[in-house]
Design a protein around this ligand. Structure first.
Ligand code: SF4
Ligand code: SF4
Length: 301
């Protein structure tokens, strides 16, 4: 009879790890609320004056008040350093929006998204086979929203976008529910905030890729990131043997092709979700501090 110890251990999927990490933020916020430590939420999370502030919120407060606040500048510099090190990892490991959006997505919408990613992978593979190059767009609709958010803040003197930011709405709802349970304090926000959130996430099905101004801000900074990028071992990759493998590119929610960077979107947009390395049949993808020369050449096309 098979002994339980002899059974191969199932590797925990990265998507599960990411969900646990995002949930851990709520645990930290909940502990902060229960113990009244003022830990804050993702808009500003930390301890007393040492806090990680949302970079968009920090920029908006600088623009809105038209006062140079040292704390906001230090927080911005801290966020910049993190992005230079791990790119847009926040988007898949910390931000709750993709997880909430997944809850509201129908099976049909999920299938359509998988189909779109597969088609993007096909396009990338064809470009590679034809020896074509691609000039990725530097800015897109998210950057227009970012510009609008900053401009409206400068005009009205307060961060207008923060009123509808889904991250803010998720945590505001969480806090109001907490207060309802702890202090029996019902407010209209308990209906309004989740309602705006659900409408936003249902209407803008590709919020992260098309609307998110925070993602736009991070994508600008992540162009300078060179560490912990997906790196493909050229000798291991099945494409080096002539196979038309596109498993990694098809699995990428950002429509990146980590093998040749000829996907619809550039490798700078990588959110370190590791979906590509999870599906690679030969485990050719890793996320090293610095890519080896042959790997870098392969991933940069
Ligand atoms: S390249 Fe890989 S790690 Fe980066 S976003 Fe795409 S699937 Fe995720
Ligand atoms: S999934 Fe692995 S083997 Fe297939 S193309 Fe991507 S890196 Fe190469």
């Amino acid at each position: 009879m098979a002994n339980a110890e002899n059974k191969p251990r199932k590797k925990m999927r990265t998507s599960t790890l990411r969900a646990i990490t995002a949930a851990a933020v709520f645990v930290v916020v909940g502990i902060g609320l229960a113990c009244a430590t003022g830990t804050g939420t993702l808009s500003s999370i930390g301890w007393n004056s040492v806090a990680a502030i949302c970079p968009l919120g920090a920029l908006e407060s600088l623009l809105g008040t038209k006062v140079i606040v040292a704390r906001a500048l230090i927080a911005l510099a801290g966020v910049l350093i993190v992005i230079l090190l791990v790119g847009k990892a926040f988007c898949s490991w910390v931000c709750p929006v993709p997880h909430f959006q997944n809850i509201f997505k129908s099976k049909k919408a999920k299938q359509a998204e998988a189909q779109a990613c597969s088609e993007a992978a096909d396009r990338s593979l064809k470009r590679w086979e034809r020896g074509e190059d691609i000039r990725h767009q530097t800015i897109d609709s998210r950057h227009a929203v970012l510009g609008g958010a900053l401009l409206s803040t400068a005009i009205f003197g307060f961060p207008v976008f923060c009123l509808v930011c889904p991250i803010g709405l998720i945590f505001a709802t969480f806090i109001l529910f907490w207060r309802l349970i702890q202090f029996n304090e019902p407010t209209i926000g308990l209906i309004v905030f989740p309602l705006i959130l659900v409408i936003e996430l249902l209407v803008f099905k590709r919020w992260c890729g098309v609307i998110c101004p925070l993602g736009a801000l991070m994508s600008l900074a992540s162009k300078a990131n060179t560490t912990f990028r997906p790196s493909v071992n050229a000798e291991m990759c099945l494409r080096s043997e002539g196979a038309s493998c596109k498993a990694c590119a098809s699995a990428c929610p950002e429509r990146i092709d980590p093998v040749n960077n000829l996907g619809d979107r550039p490798i700078d947009e990588c959110i370190r979700c590791k979906s590509c390395s999870d599906v690679c049949p030969v485990c050719a993808i890793s996320f090293p501090l610095i890519a080896r020369r042959n790997e870098r050449k392969e991933t940069e096309g």
